[in-house]
Design a protein around this ligand. Structure first.
Ligand code: SF4
Length: 443
């Protein structure tokens, strides 16, 4: 049985006035789509209706008020934005039931109002951030979304059908947001997207001015700029395209954390082909070796799917051998699940659940042993650790090294650390290790 997904909330839009207003409407809708909303072509299918008003002439104002009245009569849940936001009192007097009123160009406010009126549900099949991450992200680390959507069509994935093709944000807008986050206390930026290495392809790498110089919308250029803004920058969801090699020297220089999250998903060529994975013909093991030559400390995290339709025992053993060679630092594994709408569901030879379970256990055992051996080699070293939690009573603290992204990787447990504060980055002498975590004391 296919896994059913919650249907995303739908937004209706009535856009009035000049082309500038239309561009504002497009921007708002682009952001809402990136946040998981779908559009509704009619009032009846919408969970909330946005009316983007024009107030240029009295006749335009009257037309805007009529549009608000119609939306209220037809749907009832209405948010008003645009030029008439300046006349909130007049609108409220005539339509007290309006949910929120924001002014022209107040994109963030109008998007927030939509979130409040029709919250988007978070799905692990569609969203990049763990459920808790959205609500519990502490001040000292922040996710920075650089694009939405994806140009690939992996057969197990429904993101392109829900979120559409790649839409990259302008580099200057991303850098501005990064500066704001850092000014508000962020020490670690986690760069996310569906495909970070594809960033900028859709906007044809058109440079934008940032602080008097041009910045090209390309992963390497963006990473270099972000490295000058935040103490820690961590790259997620990178695919092993050749140009990824260019970012490794930035890691060796210390501008970006030596950490790459690359969702390989499998290693056996026939499985990768059926998965329709991007860059599946790249000589990945050679590439990893070359990255380690330039930056020996690089931590590589990945995820894998076991029990994909048609995966044979030989395919699975190929994956285990490949993992032995690749010596990845962090690995997450999933048993294949047929998500509603994924084309992989139509493939023949689905793997029985008990075989998936058995393969899952084997891959976890293998990768835990690799992780334990790699962590053991860190004992005796001093590593920078960012502090996530402090227990003043016990004097202990919990933090993460460069090799640990929040929520998904291991931790560093500290003793004699009750004096530290959240978000501090401190040198820690590593005293012990187990399968996934390190133990140490502030140096
Ligand atoms: S790269 Fe593949 S798995 Fe990732 S979002 Fe795109 S289609 Fe989905």
């Amino acid at each position: 049985m296919a896994t059913q997904l919650p249907s995303p909330p739908r937004v209706g839009m009535v856009s009035l006035g000049c082309p500038k207003n239309l561009v504002d409407s497009e921007r708002i809708l682009t952001q809402l789509r990136a946040d998981g909303y779908q559009m509704s072509a009619d009032y009846s299918g919408a969970d909330v209706v946005l009316v983007n008003t024009c107030g240029f002439l009295d006749s335009a104002k009257e037309e805007s008020l009529e549009a608000i009245g119609e939306a209220i009569a037809e749907n009832g849940r209405v948010i008003v934005t645009g030029c008439m936001g300046k006349e909130a009192e007049a609108i409220r007097t005539r339509f007290p039931q309006v949910l929120a009123i924001t002014g022209a160009h107040e994109y963030e406010q109008v998007v927030e109002a939509v979130h409040a009126a029709a919250p988007a549900s978070i799905s692990p099949y569609v969203d990049l951030i763990p459920d808790a991450g959205l609500k519990l992200t502490p001040r000292h680390y922040s996710y920075l979304k650089i694009s939405e959507g994806c140009n690939h069509r992996c057969s197990f994935c429904i993101i392109p059908s829900l979120r559409g093709d790649l839409v990259s944000r302008r580099p200057d807008a991303i850098l501005r947001e990064a500066e704001k986050l850092v000014a508000a206390g962020t020490r670690e930026l986690l760069v996310i997207s569906q495909d970070t290495s594809a960033y900028g392809i859709d906007i044809r790498r058109e440079p934008r001015m940032w602080k008097g110089r041009e910045v090209v919308p390309h992963m390497t250029d963006l990473a270099r700029e972000l490295g000058q803004i935040a103490p820690w920058v961590r790259l997620h969801y990178v695919y092993p395209y050749p140009h990824v090699d260019q970012v490794i020297p930035l890691m060796a220089e210390g501008l970006v954390l030596p950490y790459l999250d690359i969702p390989f998903q499998h290693a056996a060529p026939s499985v990768l082909r059926r998965m329709k994975r991007p860059a599946n013909d790249a000589k990945v093991l050679d590439r990893i070796r070359a990255w380690r030559d330039i930056c020996p400390d690089i931590a590589i995290r990945s995820t894998f799917v076991v029990g994909f339709p048609g995966e044979t025992e030989a395919d699975f053993e190929y994956l285990l051998d490949w993992l032995g060679e690749a010596q990845l630092d962090r690995v997450g594994a999933f048993r294949f699940e047929p998500v509603e709408g994924a084309t992989a569901n139509l493939l023949p030879d689905h793997v029985p659940d008990e075989v998936k379970e058995e393969r899952y256990a084997r891959v976890m055992e293998k990768t835990a042993a690799i992780s334990a051996a790699k962590l053991q080699r860190k004992v005796g070293r001093t590593l920078d650790v960012i502090i996530d939690a402090v227990d003043a009573e016990s004097g202990g603290a919990t933090g993460r090294s460069y090799a640990d992204a929040p929520e998904i990787d291991g931790e560093v447990q500290l003793r004699d650390a009750g004096h530290l504060s959240l978000g501090h980055i401190v040198p820690v002498l590593i005293e012990d290790a187990d399968d996934h975590d390190l133990y140490g004391v502030p140096a």
